[in-house]
Design a protein around this ligand. Structure first.
Ligand code: FE
Length: 338
């Protein structure tokens, strides 16, 4: 029995030494592994630090909370401010003050208290069937509720975080009452029950079922530059509209992929360095090349594939407001059965 105890003790000492000295960081990620891998490889090449990833589409915040001080996690990476904000709300993120992060991320795309940071941008845009509408006929989110488009609009279910964020931005910009009326109008215009993901909406224009869709811009990029000829055909049926671009209007709705350092990380300085790497030139190019996401800061040049989509004005709303309005947005989504 005593020998077993001594052995256990030695193993524990060995393990703790290994943790303290090895060049590794642990990431809890909602981002899919194939999207993350190019960043991990680039960082390993540069620093020789190995990044271990626990990937899950759900439940990581609960896991981090229940692990408390004993968590092995150093970093959180996710998409959508709604998901990122949950970590802040549950007090799971460390407060960081990094000049590189502050300089490279516009202030409306990072937390005021240094807990969460936007790392890339995506816009929720409108897609229309080519040659179906006159120029400027569909140009704003508000147009989606115009009765003249009855039976033409398609979207994934409202409860998906992407649509909930868009709904929250409608509340932030137009007020709750107008946002509710808009949502009712949108539902009245649907060609079919909300279903499918964003890719399926693009396909539904190609098939002729839908004429106006709501999608994240990068899905259009992925299908346009896909190796699959069918995907290219789907995308080719669609014209992308960045909404609300007129002079006095607010610009297209923006969301982020982002991250933060785990509050109980034992390697906070190393974790901050990785976040700083993600907002540097090399990684910012990767976001665009791997997933057609926009660099977090316009000072980074966009690759040609993104430039082809054209320049557009962005809604500069402090993005945390969108997360805070999520419950109100969901209330409207439930009310109108989106
Ligand atoms: Fe997505």
């Amino acid at each position: 029995m005593k020998i077993v105890n001594v052995l256990t003790f030695l193993i524990l000492v060995f393990c703790s030494l290994k943790t303290a000295t090895s060049k590794e960081l642990n990431i809890y990620s909602h981002r899919q592994p194939y999207l993350l891998q190019p960043f991990l490889d680039a960082y390993k090449n540069k620093t020789n630090i190995k990044l271990n990833v626990v990937y899950s589409s759900k439940g990581l915040a609960q896991r981090l909370a229940s692990e408390g001080k004993n968590t092995p996690a150093d970093l959180i990476l996710t998409v959508d401010i709604g998901r990122l904000y949950i970590y802040k709300d549950k007090d799971l993120l460390a407060k960081i003050n990094s000049k590189i992060l502050n300089d490279n991320i516009p202030s409306h795309l990072r937390s005021k208290d240094g807990t969460w940071f936007g790392l890339s941008k995506r816009s929720r845009v409108i897609g229309i069937a080519k040659n179906e509408f006159s120029k400027g006929e569909v140009s704003t989110y508000e147009d989606l509720a115009n009765p003249k488009f009855k039976g033409k609009v398609c979207s994934r279910p409202g409860s998906h975080v992407y649509n909930r964020a868009l709904m929250a931005s409608m509340i932030a910009n137009n007020g709750y009452d107008k946002a509710l009326v808009w949502a009712k109008g949108l539902i009245n215009n649907l060609a079919k029950r909300p279903q499918g993901n964003d890719r399926a909406q693009i396909k539904s224009i190609f098939s002729g079922e839908c004429k106006i869709i709501i999608i994240n811009h990068y899905y259009y990029g992925k299908l346009t530059y896909s190796d699959n000829d069918d995907h290219k055909k789907w995308a080719n049926a669609v014209k992308i509209i960045f909404p609300n671009q007129s002079k006095n209007d607010r610009g297209a709705h923006i969301n982020i992929s982002g991250g933060g350092v785990a509050k109980h990380s034992k390697r906070k300085n190393e974790a901050i360095k990785f976040l700083e790497f993600l907002v540097g030139e090399e990684a910012q190019k990767l976001y665009a090349n791997v997933n057609y996401e926009y660099p977090i800061n316009d000072k980074f040049e966009r690759p040609i594939k993104l430039k082809k989509l054209g320049n557009f004005k962005e809604d500069k709303l402090y993005i945390e407001d969108i997360a805070k309005l999520a419950p109100k947005a969901q209330e409207i989504i439930d009310t109108v059965y989106w």
